[in-house]
Design a protein around this ligand. Structure first.
Ligand SMILES: [Zn+2]
Length: 87
């Protein structure tokens, strides 16, 4: 069993707690760049979102990520998230 409940993160849209493997991490760096950072090696304000179409689509539509990061979401990030959806 490789479950570690201490490290559950909350999805910015559905508010469910999940393990990091089930989430996409988006980080705003100190320099103000927004990037997808699944490895978790970039310091900064981060939001997590489920790897499912429902959460990604709705979070983008309702600007949940922008709201949490207090920053605009670059088109490249939106495209990257859409790519995740197709996989
Ligand atoms: Zn979710």
């Amino acid at each position: 069993m490789k479950q570690n409940r201490k490290f559950l993160r909350q999805c910015v849209f559905c508010r469910e707690y999940k393990s990091k493997e089930d989430l996409i991490r988006i980080t705003k760096t100190k320099e103000g760049f927004v990037e997808i950072n699944n490895a978790g090696d970039v310091q900064g304000r981060s939001v997590y979102i489920c790897k499912n179409a429902e959460c990604i689509k709705n979070a983008l539509k309702k600007k949940k990520i922008e709201g949490s990061l207090k920053s605009n979401l670059p088109e490249s990030i939106k495209e990257e998230l859409s790519t995740v959806l197709k996989n």
